[in-house]
Design a protein around this ligand. Structure first.
Ligand SMILES: O=P(O)(O)OC[C@H]1O[C@H](OP(=O)(O)OP(=O)(O)O)[C@H](O)[C@@H]1O
Ligand SMILES: NC(=O)CC[C@H](N)C(=O)O
Ligand SMILES: [Mg+2]
Length: 502
């Protein structure tokens, strides 16, 4: 899922971009980068690590300029080499840098075509470097020394024709300004906003509205599927629909887990969506077990809290924080390897025994993906003395890989893949397991007001909105990105990194 941000301001943007990245850190913990531009010169700092570890004062001081873009990475393609940290840079035409959230499903094909048609060399295994080179090629084809926004929109229109998959992109073109665009299905999110200053209007683009809030920008709106926006270095904003057949199918999993609850995404409050998920799940529990014997509802921090509280209220059962989260351990699901994820659950969560002793507890999580969290948590609940341990997931079983920017590449790693709910219940060691139904999840996410009728729910129903996913693709993805493959491909720091790091 990665986080992207871009700023066109009237004063230096380095600190604001850093701040934006800290607010988007939950979208990517593996690498971070910032590029700024001043007088036609780009300055970049990117590396593996958390935002606070990548940028030191000496780096920040050298990130000059009133315009820039930034990225936090959670790899879904390529390797974990620091050369694949983003933004990516290409020198021709103009000097372009690009930051990408998502995953191209036809990156390999594009790579070959770019070489054949344009003699372009892609050095890393990152799909984002491919995307940058498609944009570069299409801008080059304009054959102009001075671009105007229509030239840029025309180029992006052709980028959409090349690319399949999910992509929310922010790029900076030297001598022109900032560009942001979203895939024609709107799978990955991106918003923009503005703020008035004494020196004039400033613009910001970000994966989530919370980054705008924290930096004092007013949310203008989501970028529409297929739409592009340009903000020139002088602060002139233009927008245009650049896709031939756009359709609105945003990722449902953003609302389940990925996004922060205080974000507004495609006009939907993530917080309210999660509250409604809890209510809907309570309805299902009441329908299935009207005579239930649940003594206490306990969330699995952090993300499930919002749903669990509503669920408890609707059930009329006590809500208790039975697990304490270590605030210094990050999100486990988006960690790169299974060993690390397994170890981190125990480091991250600890039970308060008195909330469990002799009680029938209902543990609530937002989702069960590999089952890493719930297995250990159920054990912990039993060790803490629970009489019965029930488990509820605010999302339906995750049975299919994700190909649009969430690292769930291998079906075999998903605990629900080809398993019935009873089998999963047994696997995780729960006395009862209940999942949200997909229809209910969609209704809960939409609420009563949203215009959105379709979501990318591929991880739940195996339907891929881009229509280009077949068994051969899955086989390739699995071979490249299953846990074994990832642990075999050691950190490759010999990869050439085309950037002028500061
Ligand atoms: O079945 P799994 O493979 O374990 O994945 C699902 C779990 O991972 C996530 O938590 P995470 O710790 O990443 O983040 P959170 O603190 O935001 O809940 C999610 O909220 C579930 O708890
Ligand atoms: N999670 C993402 O959005 C990843 C972006 C890109 N595919 C990468 O691996 O760097
Ligand atoms: Mg969690």
């Amino acid at each position: 899922m990665c986080g992207i941000a871009g700023l066109v301001a009237r004063s230096p943007v380095n600190q604001s971009l850093f701040d934006a990245l800290t607010v988007l850190q939950h979208r990517g913990q593996d690498a971070a980068g910032i590029v700024t531009c001043q007088n036609g010169k780009l300055s970049m700092r990117k590396d593996n690590g958390l935002v606070k570890d990548v940028f030191h004062t000496r780096h920040m001081r050298k990130l000059h300029g009133n315009i820039g873009i930034a990225h936090v990475r959670y790899p879904t393609a390529g390797s974990n080499s620091s050369a694949e940290a983003q933004p990516f840079y290409v020198n021709s035409p103009f000097g372009i840098v690009l930051a990408h959230n998502g995953n191209l499903t036809n990156a390999e094909q594009i790579k070959q075509d770019l070489y054949r048609e344009d003699m372009r060399h892609i050095n890393t295994t990152s799909d984002s470097e491919v995307l940058l080179n498609v944009l570069a090629r299409e801008l080059q084809r304009q054959g102009k020394l001075k671009l105007d926004h229509q030239d840029v929109f025309d180029a992006i229109q052709r980028v959409h024709r090349w690319c399949r998959g999910g992509y929310a992109v922010v790029a900076m073109i030297v001598g022109f300004g900032l560009v942001a665009f979203r895939d024609p299905n709107g799978i990955r999110p991106v918003v923009f906003g503005s703020r008035e200053t004494e020196l004039g209007k400033e613009y910001m683009v970000a994966s989530e509205s919370v980054a705008l809030n924290v930096l004092g920008f007013e949310l203008e709106r989501d970028i529409a599927p297929g739409e592009a926006i340009c903000i020139t270095e002088e602060g002139q904003l233009n927008t245009r629909q650049c896709a031939d057949n756009p359709s609105y199918s945003p990722c449902l999993f953003e609302h389940v887990y990925l996004a922060r609850p205080d974000s507004l995404m495609d006009g939907i409050s993530v917080y309210k969506a999660r509250m409604r998920m809890g209510e809907a799940l309570a309805d299902k529990i009441i329908a299935e077990r009207p005579e239930h014997d649940i003594d206490v509802v306990i969330p699995i921090p952090d993300t499930s809290r919002t749903s669990a509280l509503e669920l408890a209220m609707k059930l009329g059962v006590k809500y208790r924080e039975g697990f304490v989260k270590n605030r210094y351990i990050a999100r486990t699901f988006i960690m790169p390897g299974q060993k690390q994820r397994q170890k981190s659950v125990r480091q991250k969560l600890n039970a308060i025994d008195l909330e469990f002793q002799g009680k029938n507890v209902l543990l609530v999580d937002d989702s069960i993906v590999r089952g890493t969290t719930c297995k250990q948590i159920i054990e912990m609940a039993r060790d803490a003395g629970a009489a019965k341990v029930y488990f509820a997931s605010a999302a339906p079983p995750v049975r299919y890989p994700n190909v649009y920017g969430i690292d769930m590449a291998s079906a075999d790693e998903l605990i629900a893949h080809e398993r019935s709910v009873e089998e999963i219940q047994q696997q995780i060691g729960a006395d009862w397991l209940v999942y949200q139904d997909l229809d209910q999840l969609v209704n809960a996410t939409r609420g009563s007001k949203s215009q959105i009728t379709n979501f990318d729910a591929s991880v739940f129903n195996g339907e891929y909105v881009t229509g280009d996913i077949d068994d051969a693709y899955f086989a390739r993805l699995d071979a490249e990105r299953n846990d074994q493959a990832k642990s075999n491909s050691e950190l490759n720091d010999s990869e050439i990194s085309l950037h002028n790091s500061v």
